[in-house]
Design a protein around this ligand. Structure first.
Ligand code: NAP
Length: 243
């Protein structure tokens, strides 16, 4: 039977590439975006590649849009197999902790933590009937010398804790849903102004890493999986592909 997956923020970047790669494997895609035009454009591009896709409106800042989408999926796609919580923001990563305003931290928490919380909560009942899985795209949340954007790190740290917390609860109460995080490493996208360098991979490579985990048959309950594409990074290094 055809598998069905819903991907948030799937109009560009890692989300769009992940959609493309999963779609090429015959899965049906529910492409969710906050903006209708951008979402429908993405669906059109995917359909031109022979992929089955439908657009759904979800803005992580708008809880009502999440509930509305969950009701629609419940009715129209009760066999939903997977959810990819991909949509996210980084805020201004150049600001040091003393320059940040609490309103900026609030905005990051609203999208990266609370929005995803509402997604997980709203889609768990549907996924639990299908032994479904929830993949969250995330980052290692400990500050290091070369990467210390406080707001982005803190919002993803709460996402990472939430993944583990839901996983423990599902396990304890035998709720048949698997939840985990995937850390693709640095990927060149709008989020980082298309950063380049030896440790940065292309968006196609990032999408491939996420798609592969989504479609595998392993149990990743509660795990934060590093998928930094070591082979691809080594290839970049050998061929100096970032130049
Ligand atoms: N790039 C990296 O190096 C990297 C590394 C590890 C993890 N990640 C994570 O990967 C995910 C995708 O990032 P990306 O690099 O592909 O960034 P991107 O190209 O900027 O894409 C972000 C996506 O999220 C959507 N989005 C933002 N705010 C939203 C909201 N309130 N509601 C719904 N959708 C919203 C954007 O929609 P619009 O087009 O409408 O703005 C866009 O589709 C993020 O969660 C990010 O933290 C990225």
């Amino acid at each position: 039977m055809t598998k069905i997956v819903l991907i948030t923020g799937a109009n560009k970047g890692i989300g769009f590439e992940t959609a493309k790669q999963i779609g090429k494997n015959g899965w049906t895609l529910l492409i969710s975006t906050r903006n209708e035009e951008r979402g429908k454009n993405a669906v059109h591009q995917l359909q031109q590649d022979g992929i089955t896709a439908e657009w759904l409106q979800i803005d992580l800042n708008d809880i009502a849009s999440i509930h509305k989408a969950a009701r629609y999926v419940e009715e129209r796609y009760p066999k939903l197999d997977g959810l990819i919580n991909n949509a996210g923001i980084s805020g201004d990563m150049q600001k040091n902790p003393l320059e940040l305003k609490s309103s900026e931290l609030e905005q990051l928490a609203k999208v990266n933590f609370l929005g995803n919380f509402e997604m997980i909560k709203s889609f768990t009942p549907i996924l639990s009937r299908n032994h479904g899985r929830i993949l969250n795209v995330t980052i290692p949340a400990t500050p290091i010398g070369s990467f210390n954007p406080l707001g982005y790190l803190a919002s993803k740290a709460s996402l990472n804790s939430m993944i583990k917390s839901f996983a423990m609860y599902y396990k304890k109460h035998e709720i048949p849903v698997e939840i985990f995080g995937v850390l693709p490493g640095g990927i060149s996208t709008d989020l980082n102004q298309h950063q380049s360098g030896l440790l940065i991979r292309t968006v196609q490579e990032g999408g491939e890493s996420i798609a592969k985990v989504m479609m595998d048959r392993h149990n990743h309950q509660g795990k934060l999986l590093m998928r930094m594409g070591l082979t691809q990074l080594a290839r970049n290094f050998v061929f100096r592909r970032h130049d």
